[in-house]
Design a protein around this ligand. Sequence first.
Ligand code: CP
Length: 304
Amino acid sequence: MKKHLLGLEGMTREEIEEILDKADEMRALLDAGKKDNDFLRGKCVVTMFYENSTRTRTSFVTATKYCGAMNVNLAVGTSSVQKGESLIDTAHTLESNKADAIIIRHQASGAAKLLADNVNACVINAGDGMHEHPTQALLDLLTMRRHFGKTDGLNVSIIGDIKHSRVARSNIYGLQTMGAKVTVYGPKTLIPTGIEQSGARVATSIEDALTGADVVMGLRIQLERQEKGMFPSIGEYAKYYGINTERLKLAKKGAVLMHPMPVNRGVEMTHEVCDCDDSLLLEQVTNGVAVRMAILTLMLEDKK
Ligand code: CP
């Protein structure tokens, strides 16, 4: 494993498999209720979240503790960031507290790279602007691999706000490296120009996107990153792009439903779909802890 994890662009299949294989070991520990591990005893992991988060932050904190390391959380809203302290000065301060790894979520694309270029600690990107969210894509890959026993040849349809989605970007890189075929669909204004160059197919309708899919992945409408007028109304979005039980019937038999969450229930997908037997939404959350335990251990464990 490389020193930093900034994105899945350019990551090899072997590098991804190393993380997924280790995550399978960690998932076995979680399933056995073994949370008092000591792989990372004496290590200190700092979480710096400049944007809101439930899953990513809590799962990194949980993963840190389940591996036996200490967690220090920088509460950005009550920190000296509010007095105008720069990202680099903040990170140097945390590093001077002897942090071994810094996990950062930031509204600016490239913030994690900037940090990695300026500190000695390992840096993990927990989502930077509209760029990448690599640990989300890794947990998505783990969830698919555990469910289907493989990722090669899977048809994965990603529906929604592709343009603003760091989850979509990381998944497009990771899924194709792992042999899956990716289709994207959403309002034309939310499909980035030239996305076909990434290898993803752009569907022509919601029906086209769902037909034959093994995995249907909904994405959150990111109202905080949009200029107004990207689509007429939330109601119309649900009508033309929402995933419902009737539309899901077009997917392959045995297809599964995924979403990075949080979900705008009734918009990207109906309540019924979120909670159906084929929904892997909460399985993704558990796999998120396993993937983050794996990454921290591969990065920080002292080699015997
Ligand atoms: N999937 C995800 O990144 O969720 P949070 O924003 O709650 O961390």
